[in-house]
Design a protein around this ligand. Structure first.
Ligand SMILES: [Zn+2]
Length: 336
């Protein structure tokens, strides 16, 4: 993917384009109808020429009652009604020749009386979705589809609470994280999601991402492997200029999600880059969510102390435990 920042003038250009496309479409419709129902063209011509005559009459002081503004408007309303009847009779919708608006609220200008139209915000959110790297997944994975039933209410190992209670807790803290995210401008917190495979860490990350995108914030999702292989290494080692914006986005986006930390190839380069990303984002008050299948001990063994200490101190830690739920899910989907 290529990161493209979005400016107000980009959005305004999108509106220009929409208006142009819609006016072309209307012109096509006119041509089509004039050919099939020529009388409609005659009706429209009569309406506009009588309107012009009425304006002229007013300007020149002509008192001909047929050219009176009220009479002309009345006649034109009748013409419009006839036109609609003709369209419907020929199997078209009655508004087939009316101006076409993709957003009728602002008539594709982006502005309404109170300020920006809601479609303006939607354009920004769509853009954020595209840039997040997550577009398709979020349809299926969000807080509405998160199922607690997969987690057992039985105690396991030495834990004082069940996997179910643990998830209830994690879920409510995650929602709190989302809430805080929209109220604060920076230092909105970081999350470290850790525990064994198949316990719903990535799913939960996607739930959080979706909520935050919907609130109009930037989210950038990368697996640890993608982060190093597709962005950091090619940019820093091969100087790939195309990646400059994406590289900056790793550091500047409002929420960076690094999924599956520990699956990347670890060497001195990736260690120092990971530290830079974590540290710089902390300093700038940008949020990061990291998920990993490694436990805290394993993290310590794999990564340098300065990385791990930043994760321990600066991140709210959610430990996932219990039975692998992927298996339960796959059984469930084959039964459905
Ligand atoms: Zn609008």
């Amino acid at each position: 993917m290529i990161y493209e920042p979005l400016s107000i003038s980009d959005i305004m250009q999108q509106y220009d384009k929409t208006r142009l496309e819609n006016s072309r479409l209307l012109a096509q419709r006119r041509e089509e109808i004039y050919e099939k129902i020529p009388i409609i063209k005659e009706i429209e011509d009569a309406a506009s020429s009588s309107y012009i005559s009425s304006v002229l009459a007013r300007l020149t002081g002509d008192t001909n009652p047929d050219l009176d503004y009220k009479t002309v408007s009345q006649n034109n309303r009748k013409r419009t009604a006839t036109k609609k009847q003709l369209l419907v009779k020929a199997g078209y919708p009655e508004d087939y020749l009316e101006p076409i608006y993709t957003c009728p609220l602002c008539q594709d200008t982006g502005n309404v009386e109170q300020g920006r139209c809601k479609c303006f915000r939607e354009k920004i959110i769509n853009h954020l979705y595209l840039q997040s790297n997550l577009t398709n997944i979020l349809e299926k994975e969000n807080f509405d589809t998160f199922k607690l039933d997969y987690y057992s209410k039985e105690l396991v190992d030495d834990y004082d609470f069940s996997p179910y209670d643990n998830m209830v807790n994690i879920l409510s803290s995650s929602k709190e994280f989302v809430e805080n995210f929209s109220t604060k401008k920076s230092h909105r917190g970081n999350l470290l999601l850790y525990g064994e495979v198949g316990l719903g860490k990535t799913f939960l990350t996607n739930c959080i991402a979706k909520e935050i995108l919907n609130k109009g914030h930037q989210v950038f999702y990368l697996s640890a492997n993608e982060l190093f292989q597709n962005v950091l290494s090619p940019y820093l080692m091969n100087h790939e200029k195309d990646l400059a914006e994406l590289y900056k986005y790793v550091y500047n986006c409002e929420l960076l999600i690094i999924d599956d930390l520990g699956t990347e190839l670890i060497n001195s380069f990736t260690l120092s880059e990971l530290f830079e990303v974590i540290n710089q984002r902390n300093i700038q008050g940008k949020s990061t969510i990291i998920s990993t299948n490694l436990g805290l001990k394993e993290l310590r063994a794999k990564y340098s102390e300065r990385i791990v200490s930043r994760l321990i101190d600066g991140y709210t830690k959610f430990k996932f435990f219990g039975e692998n739920i992927r298996y339960k899910k796959s059984l469930n989907s084959t039964n459905n």
